[in-house]
Design a protein around this ligand. Structure first.
Ligand code: MN
Length: 228
């Protein structure tokens, strides 16, 4: 059974259950300890989870008034973890803050506050219920995301997603492509083409584990993480 390292966050059960339901073994990491040096021998994949904002100093920006720091130690731990996981060639699935921290770790930048920095922004902060479908996204053809969700889209490229974020990726890190955008231009998913499974989404697919709308994302991740 693939061993999936999960960055601990305040809403762990849905992430853990999403991994279990597709045959993975979720293992919470210790964010206050150093990243294990032998990451690839301990785990088969890494799941980055939701949380507060990445310190903008990490990508060379001054903090916006809305900045809400993440839990102690997370920036340091997750940036090191992301770099180590990419170097080790481990499959990576990054969700919400996870997508943002992965992007910053690899040299990208963020939009610090969608409502004040994106013209004509949709409402991306709809906290309840967690599975509320807040807006649509347009999926780029030929991407891993599109392949995994081919049976879930309408008109070939449209998905309805939930949304609980006030930040987003601005400039994707080198080597990444944008795989989904919201109608207001906000980047909602990205991935790194290549042999390794490196997929990130801005919405919260883990909140749908009961109904399975986004189960193919977890299935694709676990399949990539399955030991050969
Ligand atoms: Mn959104």
């Amino acid at each position: 059974m693939p061993r999936i390292a999960i960055v601990p966050c305040r809403a762990m059960p849905d992430y853990e259950e999403s991994v279990r339901r597709v045959g993975g073994d979720p293992i919470a990491l210790d964010r206050l300890a150093p990243v294990p040096a032998d990451l690839a021998s301990l785990y088969d994949g890494v799941l980055f989870t939701g949380g507060g904002d990445v310190d903008p100093a990490r990508y060379g920006a001054a903090p916006h008034a809305s900045y809400q720091a993440a839990d102690e130690g997370r920036d340091e731990f997750e940036i090191a973890l992301a770099r180590a996981a990419v170097t080790a060639g481990l499959p990576i699935f990054a969700i919400c803050r996870g997508m943002q921290v992965l992007n910053v770790a690899l040299g990208g930048t963020l939009v610090q506050d969608i409502p004040t920095m994106v013209n004509g922004a949709l409402d991306h902060a709809v906290p309840e219920p967690r599975y509320h479908l807040a807006h649509e996204v347009w999926v780029a053809k030929g991407t891993r995301l599109s392949t995994m969700l081919r049976d879930k889209m309408v008109e070939g490229d449209i998905l309805q997603v939930n949304s609980r974020h006030h930040q987003a990726v601005s400039t994707p890190a080198e080597g990444f492509i944008v795989s989904a955008t919201a109608p207001d231009g906000v980047i909602e998913a990205m991935e790194r083409p290549g042999d390794a499974f490196i997929v990130a989404v801005q919405w919260h697919p883990e909140n749908f584990y009961r109904t399975g709308e986004f189960r193919p994302l977890f299935e694709g991740f676990i399949e990539a993480a399955r030991p050969a």
